[in-house]
Design a protein around this ligand. Structure first.
Ligand code: NAD
Ligand code: ISE
Length: 339
């Protein structure tokens, strides 16, 4: 069976995922595209032999669409995801699931009312081979209980439109999701402090930021978010346990020795760093839709949790570094919890 996907939002990542679904993943085809920029929708649709449709609602209702991909701007996600759930169609939503915790909860409730999981959220790091190897090591218990996690998320530069809250909402949100999954633990508080700012930033931006999270088991996570680090896109993660540690591998790269120096190149773009993770993410999502089974990737509950935790981090930043406890509802049994 070919899974016929409709794409809502044909911008940067919508086009990349359209290419992925068309050229990389087998068993999928993009059959419909919509964008508020109708010219862009028509151009992307023509590229892959799909139909350009006027609105997200038209696309979700189309009999040529089995499953929906939401890659429009964050504030529009909730409406499209809720419409897809109401139509009973599987929906892959790029992060964030929604920009407010209230909207995330509306999605959670709508999905529960449908009685089966339809939503997957685009936190692709869970599909990265390095993080998966770390999870395997942690799950053996050979390192003892995890105690501390050290992380860094560095981008070479960001555009002027990037503002200080985005360090949590757009950037750290990936660590927030992957660490909840890696540790199988919930984040219960956030604190954000700012060291001396780099002179390479825009004046409105607090960069870098140091985020400290605590989990319900008492694990402390420190995360450096530095989005104008200049030298490259660099993701670091090390989990320290009672009996040892496990570290995320750097991407494979040849070592060059010349002129009395030995080194490897550092990637410059998150799209290259996580290209294979994105491919795996879509292979597994398409396979679940084709099989008619529930998606195994991040759920709408994970989307809700990520938004609650990023909200806490933003509140801490705005308060000048106060410790903010997260205000999260108990996880329903539907999503593997006890409530
Ligand atoms: P973009 O601005 O390049 O593209 C968004 C597109 O959506 C635009 O073409 C815009 O016209 C269209 N759009 C906006 N509202 C719409 C609506 N209601 N209906 C139809 N089309 C609409 O943005 P982008 O960088 O592609 O980001 C899109 C989403 O993907 C964001 O939520 C972003 O956070 C997420 N994203 C995720 C990752 C990741 O690593 N997982 C990386 C980048 C972006
Ligand atoms: C970007 O918005 C993303 O979502 C990328 O995955 C992330 O790694 C990058 O740092 C963000 O700016």
């Amino acid at each position: 069976m070919t899974v016929r996907v409709g794409v809502i939002g044909a911008g940067m990542i919508g086009q990349d995922h359209t290419r992925r679904l068309t050229e990389v993943v087998t068993g999928a085809a993009v059959t419909a595209v919509t964008d508020i920029d109708t010219l862009r929708a028509a151009e992307v649709a023509a590229r892959v032999g799909a139909t350009a449709l006027p609105t997200g609602a038209d696309l979700i209702a189309s009999p040529d669409v089995d499953a929906v991909l939401v890659t429009s701007w964050g504030p529009t996600h909730a409406e499209h995801v809720l419409n897809a759930i109401a139509a009973g169609k599987p929906v892959f939503c790029e992060k964030p699931l929604a920009t407010t915790a209230e909207d995330c909860l509306r999605i959670v409730e709508a999905e529960r009312a449908q009685g089966r999981r339809l939503v997957q959220v685009g936190f692709m790091r869970r599909f990265d081979a390095g993080y998966r190897q770390m999870k395997e090591v942690l799950s053996t218990g050979s390192l003892g209980a995890p105690l501390i996690v050290h992380c860094a998320h560095r981008n070479p530069t960001v555009p002027e439109s990037y503002h200080s809250a985005m360090a949590a909402q757009d950037t750290a949100v990936h660590e927030i999701d992957v660490l909840r999954w890696l540790l199988d633990d919930e984040i219960v508080s956030a604190q954000v402090v700012t060291p001396r700012a780099t002179s390479k930033r825009f004046p409105h931006l607090k960069d870098p930021q140091i985020m400290i999270f605590e989990t319900s088991e008492g694990v402390r996570i420190d995360l450096e978010v530095f989005v104008n680090c200049q030298y490259g896109y660099d993701i670091q993660c090390e989990v320290v346990g009672e009996d040892g540690l496990v570290r995320l591998p750097d991407p494979a790269a040849v070592g060059v020795r010349t002129a009395a120096r030995h080194g490897t190149n550092v990637l410059q773009d998150w799209k290259d760093r996580f290209a294979e993770a994105f491919d795996t993410e879509f292979r597994e999502w398409v396979a679940s839709v084709a099989a008619g089974t529930e998606p195994t990737g991040p759920s709408s509950w994970d989307g809700y949790a990520a938004t609650v935790i990023t909200d806490a981090a933003v509140r801490s930043l705005e308060s000048g570094g106060e410790l903010v406890t997260t205000d999260m509802k108990p996880r329903p049994a539907f999503y593997g919890g006890t409530a």
